[in-house]
Design a protein around this ligand. Structure first.
Ligand code: UDP
Length: 389
């Protein structure tokens, strides 16, 4: 659903006194007008077709569970589980208690997940899970991997992995200087970022595109380069991450200092990009009531499909050039009311449908449905240790 933005328009092509190119100028204006009309039409159609989901029982995200579990509707056998287990950390819920194998490669990530699992364990049937805490998913259909029920936080349509709400909703998110123990609790960010949004209402925000983050994917380069060429239009700079060695890793410029989510609210147009997999940044951006530009539609987290392009955010192709991005920002500068409406719908959607309660609810629904597909008796594994909160 990503429009390919044409970069062939340029209204500043001719000055008024250059008669010789006025015909060319008219042609470009016409193309530009057509392009603007097309974008307005896309927005109109998307908004008219959109059916908001009900604010109850995380129903907004239900279809994702159905889709992710569809490949396993023939049953999750012991053999399938063993295949998954080799790629992930083993958990069991037995008689309402949570157990995990001793080894966890990322203890803070396991803790972030366990917060939710402990909370729902009492009402769960006995079950066992193969839970992947790495950044990337494991079982790729396109590469011919045989299917296996590995739970991962993010994937593309090419994977069999079953998405679960990332650890970072509670803890174990990426650590940066501003958040030295990880970007931290979503329930708290919801409050603090939305408070900051009140300090920066739409009319007070700067008419600028904004991005701060490290170069975990080169898809971010076009925006960073546009920012260097047109600093009044965009402020997008690369920060250091743990892998940073020299200015080469920040596209030949010194690393910028990091900027908190709350400070993002100062800007009207906030950009989201994939990183290694989906970036945790996405959900936070909506809380500013700024307009979110979401680049690429391949990498997902469980709540992404509930957000609709043009209704809640502006979709952009990862192949968009600097000129394409500029054109789209300028469109929204000229159509400020439309931008504000999309920003408000995006905010409300995340505010209403991505609460901490929704996260818990998603875990509960996912595991109940998963447990129903299991065809073998889950027997307590005495090598696992009991997990308390
Ligand atoms: N981050 C931030 N401020 C910054 C840089 C990063 O809040 O100045 C957050 C960012 O939103 C993301 C996390 O830190 O949630 C890691 O960002 P990075 O760009 O390094 O990697 P990503 O996870 O997006 O690939």
């Amino acid at each position: 659903v990503i429009v390919s933005v044409s970069s062939s328009t340029n209204n500043e092509f001719c000055s008024k006194d250059q008669k010789s190119c006025s015909e060319e100028h008219n042609k470009y204006s016409r193309e530009s007008n057509n392009w603007s009309l097309k974008i307005k039409e896309q927005i109109n159609t998307a908004v008219n077709e959109y059916v908001p989901c009900k604010v109850e029982n995380c129903s907004c995200h239900k279809s994702v569970i159905d889709e992710d579990l569809a490949p396993f509707k023939g049953g999750i056998t012991k053999e399938l589980f063993d295949r998954a287990r080799a790629k992930a950390t083993k958990y069991q819920i037995i008689d309402g208690k949570l157990y995990r194998e001793e080894e966890c490669h990322f203890p803070a990530r396991c803790a972030g997940v366990e917060h939710y699992l402990v909370a729902i364990a009492a009402k769960m049937p006995n079950l066992e899970l193969a839970l992947n805490t790495r950044d990337w998913p494991q079982i790729n259909k396109a590469w011919g991997h045989p299917k296996a029920p590995v739970l991962s936080f993010s994937k593309t349509k090419d994977y069999y992995d079953i998405m679960y709400p990332a650890w970072s909703f509670w803890e174990g998110g990426p650590a940066i200087s501003l958040y030295p123990t990880g970007i931290g609790r979503w329930d708290k960010h919801r409050i603090s970022i939305s408070k900051s949004a009140e300090k920066w209402p739409w009319e007070k925000k700067e008419n600028k595109g904004f991005f701060r983050g490290s170069r975990t994917s080169d898809e971010r380069d076009a925006l960073v380069l546009l920012s260097r060429a047109e600093p009044d239009l965009v402020d997008a700079q690369y920060t250091k991450n743990q892998a940073w060695k020299s200015d080469m890793d920040t596209l030949y410029a010194p690393p910028a200092s990091e900027v908190s989510f709350e400070e993002h609210c100062k800007y009207k147009y906030l950009f989201n990009y994939r990183g290694v997999a989906a970036s945790f940044r996405f959900k936070h951006l909506f809380l500013c009531k700024s307009l979110v530009f979401h680049v690429g539609d391949q990498w997902l987290e469980f709540f992404y499909p509930s957000l609709k392009p043009w209704v809640h955010y502006v979709p952009i192709s990862p192949r968009a050039s600097q000129e394409d991005i500029k054109q789209l920002i300028n469109f929204f500068k000229e159509n400020d009311e439309l931008a504000n409406e999309i920003a408000n719908r995006g905010f409300l959607h995340i505010w209403d449908h991505l609460t901490d309660k929704d996260v818990k609810c998603y875990w509960r629904r996912l595991l109940k449905k998963y447990a129903k597909l299991v065809t073998y008796d889950v027997v307590k594994d005495n090598d696992l240790k009991l997990i308390y909160e």
